[in-house]
Write a protein that binds this ligand. Structure first.
Ligand code: 5AD
Ligand code: SF4
Length: 476
C-alpha cells in the first residue's frame, strides 16, 4: 500500500509558516509523506490569514480550486486551518461545504487526533476552541532531522493590544507565553540537529512573559544567547511601546543577537496613531530609534506602514513620509487599510477611496525604494558575514561569472546571492549552514550580489565588537 500524502498551502505571516511546519511534523508519525502538489495529495491543508481582506479572498479562492479537485476525488481530505478558520468557524460549513475539518488557531496541535476521528464523523469537524494553550512542547521537533539551518521558534501566541484596525486579538486570542524552559529545550534540540539560527516568534514578542511574570524578553534572549552551537538569534514582531531599555541594550551586549529589528510604526501622524490605539507618539518612536542606533550603530530597522487609515488627511500621510525620511528604514512592508470583521476601525467614518489609498501606497513604496537603493549602494565593496541557506535560483548577474551561485542572509537580514568561482563538486566551503565571507559587488533592488572571499569561513560567530555592526566591513 502507498503511504498517504499531504500538501499544505500557507498564506500570511511567519507564525502561519511555523504552524504549517508544525502540522507537517505531526503528520509524519501518522504515515503521511509530502506531496508535490495539492492536485495529487490525499490530504490538503489551507492555512489561512485574515489580517487583510485580500489574504482572506486568497483562502476562499484556494478552497474553490480544491472543491473542483474534490468533486473528482471525493476521498481527498480538505482542512482549513488558521485565522479564517477561527474567524468563520461553523459558517464555513455553508461557504465551503467540501471542507472536512475546520481547525482554529489554537487547535493546530490537534490536527493528528482530529484526522483520526474524521471517518467516524458525519459532516465537517470544527475545532475553534480558544482556551489557554498548555505550554506546548512539540515532541516531534526534538530529534527532528534538519536540512535547513534557520528555524522559527514560537515563544508566545496571541495579542492583547487591540490596535483599532487589527483582527489578530480576535482570531488568535489573548497573549500566552511559553515557559523559558520549554523554549530553551526546543532550541537546544534544534541546535543538536544542526540549526544555526533561530527566529523567536510572537505577535508581540517584546511583551513576552510580562503577564505571567516568568521572565522578561531580554532575560529570555540572554538565556538563548548562551545556547551552545547556536550562531544567530532573530525575533519578530516587536511593538514600539514595549521596547524597553533592557531590550535595546541586548543589541550592544549579546553577540548572537542579529542587528536587525522589525518595529512596525504604522503611521507617522500622532492623531492617526491615537485613532489606531497604538499607545505611542511619533516622538516616542523616533526616540526609540535613536536609542537603538546608540546601542548598535548599524542596526537594520524595518517597519510596517498602513496608508489610508480612516480619517487620514493629506497632512497625516505627509507626516508618515516625513518619518520615513527621518528614520531611513532598511525596508518596509506597506499596506492599504482594509476593513476587518469585529475591529473598531471598521465602524469609523471618513473611509478613503481605493484610488487615494493606492496612490499613497505607491508614494510610500517609491520613497522606500530610493532609501533601500542608497542603503544597498553603501554596502558595495564591504565584506559581509553570510549564513548560507542554499543554492540561489537567480541567474548569475553577468555572463563572465561562472561557478556555483549560493544564497544567504547578512546579520542585518539582507539577502545575498553570491558566486563561488573556485568551487569544486567536493568543496563543502559554503554548504548550507556555513558562515562565509562575501564581498558585495552589486546592489540590486531587493538583494545584494557578491563573491565568496577566501579564506571564506568564520570559525565561530563574530566577536562582540563586530556583531553589532549590521553591515560593517568585516576584517579581512
Ligand atoms: N489593514 C491593512 N493593514 C493591516 N495590518 C494589520 N491589519 C491591517 C488592516 N486592517 C498590517 C499592519 C501589521 C501587518 C502585519 O499588517 O501593518 O503590522
Ligand atoms: Fe495586531 Fe496591534 Fe497586536 Fe500587532 S500589536 S498583532 S497590529 S493588535
Amino acid at each position: 500500500m502507498y503511504p498517504k500524502s499531504f500538501f499544505i498551502h500557507t498564506i500570511g505571516c511567519q507564525m502561519n509558516v511555523s504552524d504549517s511546519e508544525r502540522m507537517a511534523r505531526s503528520l509524519t508519525p501518522l504515515g503521511y509523506v509530502p506531496a508535490v502538489s495539492a492536485d495529487q495529495a490525499d490530504l490538503v491543508v489551507v492555512n489561512t490569514c485574515s489580517v487583510r481582506a485580500k489574504a482572506e479572498q486568497k483562502a476562499f479562492s484556494l478552497l474553490g480550486q480544491l472543491a473542483v479537485i474534490k468533486a473528482r476525488r471525493p476521498e481527498m481530505v480538505v482542512v482549513v486551518a488558521g485565522c479564517v478558520a477561527q474567524q468563520e468557524g461553523e459558517r464555513l460549513r455553508q461557504r465551503a461545504p467540501h471542507v472536512d475539518l475546520i481547525l482554529g488557531t489554537r487547535a493546530i496541535q490537534r490536527l493528528g487526533p482530529l484526522l483520526q476521528r474524521l471517518p467516524a464523523h458525519s459532516g465537517p469537524l470544527v475545532d475553534v476552541e480558544m482556551g489557554d494553550l498548555p505550554d506546548e512542547t512539540d515532541g516531534a521537533r526534538l530529534g527532528e532531522s534538519n536540512d535547513g539551518v534557520s528555524r522559527f521558534v514560537t515563544i508566545m501566541r496571541g495579542c492583547d493590544n487591540f490596535c483599532a484596525y487589527c483582527v489578530v486579538p480576535y482570531v488568535r486570542g489573548r497573549e500566552v507565553s511559553r515557559s523559558p524552559e520549554a523554549i530553551l529545550h526546543e532550541i537546544r534540540g534544534l541546535c543538536d540537529a544542526g540549526v544555526r539560527e533561530v527566529t523567536l516568534l510572537g505577535q508581540n514578542v517584546n511583551s513576552y512573559g510580562a503577564k505571567e511574570g516568568i521572565c522578561s524578553f531580554a532575560q529570555l534572549l540572554r538565556h538563548v544567547n548562551a545556547v551552545e552551537g547556536l550562531a544567530r538569534i532573530r525575533f519578530t514582531t516587536s511593538h514600539p511601546k514595549d521596547l524597553t531599555p533592557e531590550l535595546i541594550d541586548c543589541f550592544a551586549t549579546l553577540e548572537k543577537l542579529c542587528p536587525h529589528i522589525h518595529l512596525p510604526v504604522q503611521s507617522g501622524s500622532n492623531p492617526i496613531l491615537a485613532r489606531m490605539n497604538r499607545n505611542y507618539t511619533r516622538e516616542h518612536y523616533l526616540d526609540k530609534v535613536a536609542k537603538l542606533r546608540n546601542s548598535c550603530r548599524q542596526i537594520a530597522i524595518t517597519s510596517d506602514i498602513i496608508v489610508g487609515f480612516p480619517g487620514e488627511r493629506r497632512a497625516d500621510f505627509e507626516a508618515t513620509l516625513d518619518l520615513m525620511q527621518q528614520v531611513e528604514f532598511d525596508s518596509v512592508f506597506a499596506f492599504m487599510y482594509s476593513d476587518r470583521p469585529n475591529t473598531p476601525a471598521r465602524l469609523l467614518s471618513d473611509k478613503l477611496p481605493e484610488r487615494e489609498k493606492r496612490e499613497r501606497l505607491h508614494a510610500v513604496l517609491e520613497l522606500q525604494e530610493r532609501v533601500t537603493a542608497a542603503k544597498h549602494q553603501a554596502l558595495l565593496g564591504s565584506v559581509q558575514e553570510v549564513l548560507t541557506d542554499g543554492f540561489s535560483k537567480r541567474p548569475a548577474a553577468a555572463a563572465e561569472d561562472s561557478g556555483e551561485q549560493w544564497t544567504g542572509r547578512t546579520r542585518g537580514n539582507k539577502i545575498v546571492h553570491f558566486i563561488d568561482a573556485g568551487s569544486r563538486a567536493d568543496d563543502t566551503a559554503n554548504r548550507p549552514g556555513r558562515m562565509v565571507r562575501v564581498r558585495i559587488e552589486r546592489a540590486l533592488a531587493h538583494s545584494l550580489w557578491g563573491r565568496l572571499e577566501r579564506p571564506h569561513a568564520f570559525g565561530s560567530p563574530l566577536k562582540r565588537g563586530d556583531s553589532c555592526c549590521a553591515e560593517s566591513t568585516l576584517p579581512d
